[in-house]
Design a protein around this ligand. Sequence first.
Ligand SMILES: [Zn+2]
Ligand SMILES: [Zn+2]
Ligand SMILES: [Zn+2]
Length: 153
Amino acid sequence: MAHHTFFGEFSCECGQSWKSENTYPDKKQICFTCKTWIFPKYLRPKTPYQGRYRAYGWFYCSDCDNEWTSHNSWANMGQVCYSCDDLIYPYRQVRPKCGKGNPKTPHFRKYCEMCWYLKKNCKNYNPDADTDTDTDTDSDDHASDYNDDDRYY
Ligand SMILES: [Zn+2]
Ligand SMILES: [Zn+2]
Ligand SMILES: [Zn+2]
């Protein structure tokens, strides 16, 4: 999907280097030292899962030592830490066996980047109904360690 950004690292010929959480592979950023526009040197996906389906995600905010999980975790989408309002990306994701989010657990739009992007709750979102023609790069479908006792958003 075209809106996806990466963690990017830039390294300018003048010696200046910087990191950006909102890096597009085909977009340059300006060097603040010499005012040259350069492409990113390294790109890292924001989430372990890169397919287009819903995943079960584990999140950890190191500032607050706050950990949570979500049935509605998506590729390159983060969720907000409820205690510090920082946008956190999942450090681990698995594909649940059923494609739908768990209907018994609440999911709050204000904490979820995917909900902001869709402008509706992502809980009932079906990527197969989307007209987006992205090919699904997901191949490993191991969701055996599915833990229902955790806290959800
Ligand atoms: Zn420079
Ligand atoms: Zn936090
Ligand atoms: Zn959501």
